[in-house]
Design a protein around this ligand. Structure first.
Ligand code: ATP
Length: 358
């Protein structure tokens, strides 16, 4: 039996706004689940319903198979880490971390022992006497995490915990969160709009858009087997390139180049005269002409050197795309470039439903 079960969960706010539609998910003990999606897609609302901070309008939330819709946040055995840290400014790091245990009336010796152990895990041992204002953003967030993990609850809920940190701190904290999860083995549900955080931390990712779940899968599944255009474009950086066109004579056009899809479409269904979306990832291309691939020649508009690789912006007529190449192979701007997209790296989506086909 799953540890946490969300069955047909809906959220309709009092003003009538339907923020979450038929959300279904089973979470195993110890899993690291990430909810990802653009702003306003319903990630925080879903997390808050799990936390017991927001009523569930319809559907069922089960903990170990037992209905928990009516349970308060404390009874659910969850600890939440917020984006804002929510530390008590007048309390030391020690007291902030200890706060939950102090409230529960836990023995002082036990509190001291557990705060020290938690501080050790989080690298906060030297800061226990400080007030939050004397800490960096990353250290504050660690205190907030410490306050959650010290309670040894069943589930950690984290709502964009890294969004107030700078880029470097985010990378460090991301690593630390992964380490903490490895050490504690605690079931974690983590909300972010950052696909890199989602891909690096998650056992499974839930991609949401406009209150609807788009796909649930491992990072590998989402990257290699996206269910629709939205997921394909959301996971991956730079995003997947899309060519939207009406199939004519089994082909679609990218600028003047015709991509012959007839072989694949024969197996999929009759798309002649219908719109289709062809997707390929910037990193899936090979420079030059190769066998078993679509070969294109386009103009290079711009290059962005990022270190070991370079983004190459190309155009053919009105059609645009981005290629990712080894920086040693960076092409000249305003010159033509020839590249191949292996047949196996081409995704097809229905132009109307935007769902993957074939
Ligand atoms: P973000 O990444 O910006 O935090 P999110 O995916 O977490 O976004 P939610 O905060 O869950 O999104 O909000 C989902 C939708 O519900 C949004 O359109 C939001 O405006 C709306 N919403 C949130 N709270 C309320 C409320 N109390 N009353 C009405 N609508 C709300």
């Amino acid at each position: 039996m799953a540890y946490l079960t969300l069955k047909n969960i809906n959220k309709i706010y009092p003003n009538g706004f339907h923020a979450v539609h038929n959300f279904n998910l089973e979470i195993e003990k110890g899993e690291f689940i990430v909810f990802v999606g653009p702003s306003g897609c319903g990630k925080s609302t879903t997390l808050r319903m799990i936390a017991g901070l927001e009523d569930i309008s319809s559907g069922e939330f089960l903990i170990n198979g037992v209905r928990a819709n009516e349970k308060g946040p404390r009874e659910r055995e969850v600890a939440m880490v917020f984006q804002s840290y929510a530390l008590y400014p007048q309390m030391t790091v020690f007291d902030n971390i200890a706060f939950g245990l102090t409230l529960q009336g836990v023995d002082e010796d036990v509190i001291e022992q557990r705060v020290k152990k938690t501080a050790q895990i989080l690298g906060l041992t030297d800061y226990l006497d400080r007030l939050p204002r004397a800490l960096s953003g990353g250290q504050r967030q660690r205190v907030a995490i410490g306050r959650a993990i010290i309670r040894k609850v069943g589930v950690f809920l984290m709502d964009e915990p890294l969004s107030n940190l700078d880029a470097k701190q985010r990378v460090t904290m991301r690593y630390e969160i992964a380490q903490i999860h490895r050490e504690t083995g605690a079931t974690t549900i983590y909300v972010t709009h950052d696909q890199t955080e989602a891909m690096t931390l998650a056992d499974r990712i839930v991609v949401m858009k406009d209150g609807y779940v788009q796909q649930i899968g491992t990072p590998y599944e989402l990257y290699f087997k996206p269910a629709n255009v939205f997921v394909a474009g959301f996971i991956g950086e730079p995003p997947m390139n899309f060519i939207r066109d009406t199939v004519t004579g089994g082909c679609v056009k990218f600028g003047d180049t015709r991509l012959d899809l007839s072989e694949r479409l024969r197996r999929i269904g009759d798309y002649e005269g219908r719109e289709i979306v062809v997707g390929f990832r910037p990193e899936a291309i090979q420079l030059g002409r190769h066998a078993d691939a679509y070969v294109m020649t386009c103009d290079v508009e711009l290059t962005e050197m990022l270190g070991d690789n370079t983004n190459v912006y190309i155009a053919a007529g009105d059609a645009h795309a981005i290629l990712k190449v080894d920086s040693h192979d960076t092409p000249e701007t305003d010159m033509p470039i020839t590249f191949s997209i292996p047949y196996g790296s081409v995704y097809l989506f229905d132009g109307e439903t935007e769902k993957v086909i074939g």
